[in-house]
Design a protein around this ligand. Structure first.
Ligand SMILES: *Cc1c(COP(=O)(O)O)cnc(C)c1O
Length: 370
Protein backbone atom coordinates (compact mmCIF):
# COMPACT_ATOMS: atom_id res chain seq x y z
CA UNK A 1 0.00 0.00 0.00
CA UNK A 2 2.59 2.54 1.09
CA UNK A 3 3.95 3.28 -2.38
CA UNK A 4 0.71 4.74 -3.72
CA UNK A 5 -0.90 6.32 -0.69
CA UNK A 6 0.65 9.78 -0.62
CA UNK A 7 -2.25 11.90 0.57
CA UNK A 8 -3.52 15.14 -0.88
CA UNK A 9 -3.23 18.04 1.55
CA UNK A 10 -6.14 17.80 3.91
CA UNK A 11 -7.51 14.56 2.50
CA UNK A 12 -6.63 10.95 3.08
CA UNK A 13 -6.75 9.81 -0.53
CA UNK A 14 -3.83 8.98 -2.82
CA UNK A 15 -3.13 11.30 -5.74
CA UNK A 16 -3.43 9.65 -9.11
CA UNK A 17 -2.46 10.72 -12.58
CA UNK A 18 -4.56 8.75 -15.05
CA UNK A 19 -4.47 5.20 -13.81
CA UNK A 20 -1.17 5.42 -11.94
CA UNK A 21 -0.62 6.86 -8.49
CA UNK A 22 2.12 9.47 -8.19
CA UNK A 23 4.16 7.11 -6.00
CA UNK A 24 4.17 4.56 -8.81
CA UNK A 25 5.24 7.21 -11.32
CA UNK A 26 8.09 8.31 -9.02
CA UNK A 27 9.44 4.75 -9.25
CA UNK A 28 8.66 3.90 -12.88
CA UNK A 29 8.96 7.09 -14.99
CA UNK A 30 12.13 7.89 -16.94
CA UNK A 31 13.48 4.31 -17.13
CA UNK A 32 15.30 2.77 -20.11
CA UNK A 33 13.26 0.54 -22.43
CA UNK A 34 12.79 -3.03 -21.22
CA UNK A 35 15.05 -4.83 -23.67
CA UNK A 36 17.15 -7.83 -22.62
CA UNK A 37 20.19 -6.78 -20.61
CA UNK A 38 19.21 -3.11 -20.59
CA UNK A 39 20.08 -1.56 -17.22
CA UNK A 40 17.06 -0.72 -15.05
CA UNK A 41 18.54 2.71 -14.42
CA UNK A 42 19.72 5.23 -16.99
CA UNK A 43 23.54 5.34 -16.77
CA UNK A 44 25.53 8.49 -16.07
CA UNK A 45 26.64 9.76 -19.47
CA UNK A 46 29.78 11.84 -19.12
CA UNK A 47 29.98 13.55 -22.52
CA UNK A 48 31.01 17.03 -23.57
CA UNK A 49 30.39 16.22 -27.22
CA UNK A 50 28.72 13.61 -29.42
CA UNK A 51 29.47 12.16 -32.84
CA UNK A 52 28.20 14.71 -35.39
CA UNK A 53 25.00 14.33 -37.35
CA UNK A 54 22.59 13.52 -34.50
CA UNK A 55 20.06 15.64 -32.62
CA UNK A 56 22.16 16.64 -29.61
CA UNK A 57 25.67 17.35 -31.00
CA UNK A 58 27.16 19.05 -27.91
CA UNK A 59 27.10 18.60 -24.13
CA UNK A 60 25.45 21.96 -23.42
CA UNK A 61 22.46 21.05 -25.61
CA UNK A 62 21.50 17.72 -24.09
CA UNK A 63 22.44 14.64 -22.11
CA UNK A 64 20.64 11.28 -21.74
CA UNK A 65 20.94 11.40 -17.93
CA UNK A 66 19.23 14.81 -17.83
CA UNK A 67 16.55 13.47 -20.14
CA UNK A 68 15.76 10.54 -17.82
CA UNK A 69 15.40 12.94 -14.86
CA UNK A 70 13.33 15.38 -16.92
CA UNK A 71 11.00 12.57 -18.07
CA UNK A 72 10.45 11.42 -14.48
CA UNK A 73 9.89 14.88 -13.01
CA UNK A 74 7.74 15.85 -15.99
CA UNK A 75 5.53 12.82 -15.34
CA UNK A 76 5.08 13.83 -11.70
CA UNK A 77 4.25 17.51 -12.38
CA UNK A 78 2.30 16.79 -15.56
CA UNK A 79 4.38 18.90 -17.97
CA UNK A 80 7.64 19.12 -19.92
CA UNK A 81 10.74 19.59 -17.80
CA UNK A 82 14.07 21.38 -18.17
CA UNK A 83 16.71 20.88 -15.48
CA UNK A 84 19.24 23.52 -14.42
CA UNK A 85 22.44 23.83 -12.40
CA UNK A 86 20.54 25.08 -9.33
CA UNK A 87 17.14 26.34 -8.25
CA UNK A 88 18.30 29.94 -8.65
CA UNK A 89 19.53 29.24 -12.20
CA UNK A 90 15.95 28.13 -12.96
CA UNK A 91 14.54 31.25 -11.23
CA UNK A 92 16.88 33.52 -13.25
CA UNK A 93 15.89 31.81 -16.49
CA UNK A 94 12.18 32.42 -15.83
CA UNK A 95 12.72 36.06 -14.76
CA UNK A 96 14.64 36.57 -18.00
CA UNK A 97 11.31 36.18 -19.86
CA UNK A 98 10.29 39.61 -18.57
CA UNK A 99 11.04 42.60 -20.78
CA UNK A 100 12.63 45.84 -19.56
CA UNK A 101 9.27 47.58 -19.22
CA UNK A 102 7.68 44.61 -17.45
CA UNK A 103 6.46 44.28 -13.87
CA UNK A 104 6.82 41.14 -11.75
CA UNK A 105 4.34 40.68 -8.91
CA UNK A 106 5.88 38.49 -6.19
CA UNK A 107 5.36 37.56 -2.52
CA UNK A 108 7.26 39.79 -0.12
CA UNK A 109 8.12 36.61 1.80
CA UNK A 110 9.35 34.61 -1.18
CA UNK A 111 12.67 32.75 -0.92
CA UNK A 112 15.45 35.28 -0.19
CA UNK A 113 17.41 34.38 -3.33
CA UNK A 114 14.36 35.10 -5.50
CA UNK A 115 13.80 38.43 -3.74
CA UNK A 116 17.48 39.30 -4.17
CA UNK A 117 17.34 38.52 -7.91
CA UNK A 118 14.28 40.76 -8.27
CA UNK A 119 15.98 43.58 -6.34
CA UNK A 120 19.13 43.20 -8.43
CA UNK A 121 17.22 43.28 -11.73
CA UNK A 122 15.15 46.26 -10.60
CA UNK A 123 18.23 48.22 -9.43
CA UNK A 124 19.75 47.77 -12.91
CA UNK A 125 16.60 49.02 -14.62
CA UNK A 126 15.80 45.57 -16.03
CA UNK A 127 12.21 45.36 -14.69
CA UNK A 128 9.94 46.51 -11.91
CA UNK A 129 9.15 44.32 -8.91
CA UNK A 130 5.90 44.72 -7.00
CA UNK A 131 6.04 42.78 -3.72
CA UNK A 132 2.70 41.80 -2.18
CA UNK A 133 1.23 40.01 0.81
CA UNK A 134 0.41 36.75 -0.94
CA UNK A 135 -2.37 35.88 1.54
CA UNK A 136 -4.29 39.06 0.63
CA UNK A 137 -5.92 37.63 -2.50
CA UNK A 138 -7.85 40.84 -3.33
CA UNK A 139 -4.65 42.91 -3.24
CA UNK A 140 -2.77 40.33 -5.35
CA UNK A 141 -5.61 40.22 -7.89
CA UNK A 142 -5.54 44.05 -8.09
CA UNK A 143 -1.75 44.00 -8.56
CA UNK A 144 -2.10 41.53 -11.45
CA UNK A 145 -3.56 44.27 -13.68
CA UNK A 146 -0.09 45.79 -14.29
CA UNK A 147 1.88 42.54 -14.26
CA UNK A 148 3.67 40.76 -17.05
CA UNK A 149 4.65 37.91 -14.72
CA UNK A 150 3.08 36.83 -11.43
CA UNK A 151 5.49 34.88 -9.23
CA UNK A 152 3.88 32.68 -6.60
CA UNK A 153 5.50 30.67 -3.88
CA UNK A 154 3.07 28.63 -1.80
CA UNK A 155 3.80 27.82 0.96
CA UNK A 156 6.28 30.71 1.24
CA UNK A 157 9.74 30.20 2.70
CA UNK A 158 9.89 30.55 5.75
CA UNK A 159 6.61 32.33 6.61
CA UNK A 160 4.56 29.33 5.33
CA UNK A 161 1.82 31.53 3.85
CA UNK A 162 -0.57 30.05 1.29
CA UNK A 163 -1.65 31.72 -1.96
CA UNK A 164 -5.02 31.18 -3.65
CA UNK A 165 -3.40 29.82 -6.81
CA UNK A 166 -6.54 29.31 -9.00
CA UNK A 167 -8.00 32.78 -8.27
CA UNK A 168 -4.71 34.60 -8.78
CA UNK A 169 -3.97 32.60 -11.94
CA UNK A 170 -7.33 33.58 -13.45
CA UNK A 171 -6.71 37.27 -12.68
CA UNK A 172 -3.16 37.15 -14.06
CA UNK A 173 -4.29 35.50 -17.30
CA UNK A 174 -7.05 38.09 -17.63
CA UNK A 175 -4.29 40.72 -17.57
CA UNK A 176 -2.18 38.76 -20.08
CA UNK A 177 0.49 37.85 -17.51
CA UNK A 178 2.30 34.55 -17.09
CA UNK A 179 1.98 32.77 -13.74
CA UNK A 180 4.84 30.89 -12.11
CA UNK A 181 4.68 28.77 -8.95
CA UNK A 182 7.82 27.90 -7.02
CA UNK A 183 6.67 24.44 -5.89
CA UNK A 184 9.78 23.56 -3.88
CA UNK A 185 8.02 23.23 -0.51
CA UNK A 186 4.95 21.26 -1.63
CA UNK A 187 6.55 19.01 -4.28
CA UNK A 188 4.31 17.58 -7.05
CA UNK A 189 3.01 15.02 -4.58
CA UNK A 190 1.14 17.63 -2.54
CA UNK A 191 0.45 20.35 -5.12
CA UNK A 192 0.38 20.28 -8.93
CA UNK A 193 0.04 23.89 -10.10
CA UNK A 194 0.05 23.10 -13.84
CA UNK A 195 -3.37 21.48 -13.25
CA UNK A 196 -4.63 24.88 -12.01
CA UNK A 197 -3.62 26.47 -15.33
CA UNK A 198 -0.33 27.89 -14.05
CA UNK A 199 2.11 28.44 -16.94
CA UNK A 200 5.38 27.49 -15.24
CA UNK A 201 6.50 25.57 -12.19
CA UNK A 202 9.96 26.12 -10.71
CA UNK A 203 11.80 23.83 -8.30
CA UNK A 204 14.87 23.93 -6.21
CA UNK A 205 15.42 20.19 -6.74
CA UNK A 206 18.24 20.62 -4.21
CA UNK A 207 15.53 20.22 -1.56
CA UNK A 208 12.87 17.46 -1.54
CA UNK A 209 13.25 16.16 -5.09
CA UNK A 210 16.90 15.13 -4.66
CA UNK A 211 16.23 14.84 -0.95
CA UNK A 212 19.61 13.92 0.57
CA UNK A 213 21.36 17.30 0.99
CA UNK A 214 24.13 16.24 -1.37
CA UNK A 215 23.31 17.88 -4.71
CA UNK A 216 22.23 21.24 -6.17
CA UNK A 217 19.73 21.16 -9.00
CA UNK A 218 16.91 23.26 -10.40
CA UNK A 219 14.00 22.60 -12.74
CA UNK A 220 11.34 24.39 -14.77
CA UNK A 221 8.15 22.67 -15.92
CA UNK A 222 5.52 23.77 -18.40
CA UNK A 223 2.74 22.47 -20.66
CA UNK A 224 3.29 25.32 -23.14
CA UNK A 225 5.49 24.15 -26.05
CA UNK A 226 6.39 27.72 -27.06
CA UNK A 227 7.56 28.59 -23.54
CA UNK A 228 9.46 25.30 -23.40
CA UNK A 229 11.29 26.18 -26.63
CA UNK A 230 12.18 29.68 -25.41
CA UNK A 231 13.47 28.38 -22.07
CA UNK A 232 15.42 25.55 -23.71
CA UNK A 233 16.97 28.17 -25.99
CA UNK A 234 17.99 30.23 -22.94
CA UNK A 235 19.57 27.18 -21.29
CA UNK A 236 21.46 26.31 -24.49
CA UNK A 237 22.74 29.88 -24.73
CA UNK A 238 23.53 30.73 -21.11
CA UNK A 239 24.76 27.26 -20.14
CA UNK A 240 23.34 26.95 -16.60
CA UNK A 241 23.17 23.19 -17.17
CA UNK A 242 23.26 20.41 -14.56
CA UNK A 243 26.16 17.97 -14.33
CA UNK A 244 25.31 14.42 -15.45
CA UNK A 245 26.26 12.99 -12.04
CA UNK A 246 24.04 15.53 -10.26
CA UNK A 247 21.16 14.63 -12.59
CA UNK A 248 21.68 10.95 -11.79
CA UNK A 249 21.75 11.61 -8.03
CA UNK A 250 18.57 13.70 -8.27
CA UNK A 251 16.80 10.96 -10.22
CA UNK A 252 17.93 8.40 -7.66
CA UNK A 253 16.51 10.60 -4.90
CA UNK A 254 13.26 11.11 -6.80
CA UNK A 255 12.57 7.35 -6.72
CA UNK A 256 11.73 7.59 -3.00
CA UNK A 257 10.12 11.05 -3.02
CA UNK A 258 6.70 9.78 -2.00
CA UNK A 259 8.09 7.76 0.93
CA UNK A 260 10.21 10.65 2.19
CA UNK A 261 7.47 13.26 1.83
CA UNK A 262 4.92 10.99 3.48
CA UNK A 263 7.20 10.34 6.45
CA UNK A 264 8.40 13.96 6.77
CA UNK A 265 4.77 15.12 6.66
CA UNK A 266 3.52 12.67 9.29
CA UNK A 267 6.50 13.56 11.53
CA UNK A 268 5.77 17.28 11.03
CA UNK A 269 2.07 16.88 11.81
CA UNK A 270 2.86 15.01 15.04
CA UNK A 271 5.47 17.59 16.09
CA UNK A 272 2.98 20.41 15.47
CA UNK A 273 0.47 18.66 17.77
CA UNK A 274 3.07 18.42 20.53
CA UNK A 275 4.81 21.79 20.02
CA UNK A 276 1.59 23.75 20.44
CA UNK A 277 1.78 23.28 24.21
CA UNK A 278 5.43 24.23 24.69
CA UNK A 279 5.96 27.33 26.91
CA UNK A 280 9.16 28.39 25.04
CA UNK A 281 7.11 29.15 21.92
CA UNK A 282 4.86 32.08 21.06
CA UNK A 283 3.80 30.69 17.67
CA UNK A 284 3.83 27.50 15.60
CA UNK A 285 3.25 27.97 11.86
CA UNK A 286 2.25 25.03 9.72
CA UNK A 287 0.10 25.09 6.57
CA UNK A 288 -1.38 21.64 7.33
CA UNK A 289 0.73 19.71 4.83
CA UNK A 290 4.40 19.12 3.99
CA UNK A 291 7.48 18.75 6.15
CA UNK A 292 8.37 22.35 7.04
CA UNK A 293 7.31 23.92 10.34
CA UNK A 294 8.26 27.42 11.51
CA UNK A 295 8.32 28.07 15.26
CA UNK A 296 8.75 31.43 16.98
CA UNK A 297 10.67 31.49 20.27
CA UNK A 298 8.87 33.65 22.84
CA UNK A 299 12.23 34.97 24.13
CA UNK A 300 13.32 36.02 20.62
CA UNK A 301 16.67 35.90 18.87
CA UNK A 302 18.90 34.72 21.75
CA UNK A 303 16.59 31.84 22.61
CA UNK A 304 16.38 30.85 18.95
CA UNK A 305 20.18 30.82 18.66
CA UNK A 306 20.40 28.80 21.87
CA UNK A 307 17.93 26.25 20.50
CA UNK A 308 20.00 25.90 17.31
CA UNK A 309 23.09 25.02 19.39
CA UNK A 310 21.41 22.64 21.83
CA UNK A 311 19.92 19.91 19.65
CA UNK A 312 21.84 16.66 19.15
CA UNK A 313 19.87 14.99 16.34
CA UNK A 314 18.53 18.08 14.58
CA UNK A 315 21.42 19.69 12.69
CA UNK A 316 21.91 23.46 12.70
CA UNK A 317 22.13 24.12 8.96
CA UNK A 318 20.45 26.08 6.23
CA UNK A 319 18.50 24.43 3.39
CA UNK A 320 15.69 21.92 3.78
CA UNK A 321 13.98 18.88 2.33
CA UNK A 322 16.68 16.30 3.11
CA UNK A 323 16.22 13.02 4.97
CA UNK A 324 17.97 14.68 7.95
CA UNK A 325 16.08 17.03 10.26
CA UNK A 326 17.62 20.50 10.26
CA UNK A 327 16.78 23.79 11.93
CA UNK A 328 17.80 27.38 11.43
CA UNK A 329 16.97 30.87 12.72
CA UNK A 330 16.18 32.55 9.43
CA UNK A 331 16.97 36.13 10.43
CA UNK A 332 20.62 35.12 10.89
CA UNK A 333 20.71 35.93 7.15
CA UNK A 334 20.91 39.67 6.50
CA UNK A 335 18.83 39.24 3.35
CA UNK A 336 15.85 37.71 5.16
CA UNK A 337 12.79 40.01 5.23
CA UNK A 338 12.61 42.23 8.32
CA UNK A 339 8.96 41.22 8.68
CA UNK A 340 10.04 37.65 9.56
CA UNK A 341 10.24 37.48 13.39
CA UNK A 342 13.80 37.59 14.86
CA UNK A 343 13.06 34.48 16.86
CA UNK A 344 11.61 32.40 14.00
CA UNK A 345 13.30 29.03 13.58
CA UNK A 346 12.50 27.03 10.46
CA UNK A 347 12.34 23.29 11.06
CA UNK A 348 12.90 20.98 8.12
CA UNK A 349 11.48 17.77 9.48
CA UNK A 350 13.30 14.68 8.24
CA UNK A 351 12.46 11.00 8.16
CA UNK A 352 14.00 9.91 11.49
CA UNK A 353 11.95 8.28 14.24
CA UNK A 354 9.37 10.72 15.58
CA UNK A 355 10.04 9.95 19.26
CA UNK A 356 13.78 10.62 18.88
CA UNK A 357 13.06 13.87 17.04
CA UNK A 358 10.57 14.98 19.69
CA UNK A 359 12.80 14.07 22.66
CA UNK A 360 15.73 16.01 21.19
CA UNK A 361 13.67 19.08 20.27
CA UNK A 362 11.73 19.12 23.56
CA UNK A 363 14.91 18.84 25.64
CA UNK A 364 16.48 21.73 23.73
CA UNK A 365 13.30 23.83 23.96
CA UNK A 366 13.04 23.19 27.72
CA UNK A 367 16.34 25.06 28.03
CA UNK A 368 14.91 28.07 26.17
CA UNK A 369 12.00 28.92 28.51
CA UNK A 370 11.99 32.32 30.26
C1 LIG B 1 16.43 26.86 -1.92
C2 LIG B 1 15.31 27.48 -2.66
C3 LIG B 1 15.53 28.06 -3.92
C4 LIG B 1 16.90 28.16 -4.54
O1 LIG B 1 17.39 26.91 -4.93
P1 LIG B 1 18.97 26.56 -5.02
O2 LIG B 1 18.95 25.15 -5.47
O3 LIG B 1 19.53 26.76 -3.64
O4 LIG B 1 19.58 27.50 -5.99
C5 LIG B 1 14.43 28.57 -4.59
N1 LIG B 1 13.19 28.55 -4.04
C6 LIG B 1 12.95 28.01 -2.83
C7 LIG B 1 11.57 28.01 -2.27
C8 LIG B 1 14.01 27.46 -2.09
O5 LIG B 1 13.76 26.94 -0.88
Amino acid sequence: MAADTTPEPGSGSPRRLGTLALGTLAVTAGRPDRTPDAPLNTPITMAATYVAGGEVEYGRYGNPTWTALEDALGALEGGRCLTFASGLAAVATVLDLVGTDGTVVAPKHAYTGTIMQLADLESRGRMKAHLVDITDTDAVVAACADASLVWLESPTNPALEIADIPTITAAAHEAGAYVVVDNTFATPLLQRPLEDGVDLVVHSATKYLAGHSDVQMGAILTRDDDLYAVLKGRRDLVGAIPGPFEAWLTLRGLRTLHLRVERAQSNAQELVRRLGEHPALSEVRYPGFGGIVSIVLAQGEMAADLLSRKTKIWVHATSLGGVESTLERRRRWKAEAATIPDGLVRLSVGVEDIEDLWDDLRDALDGCVG
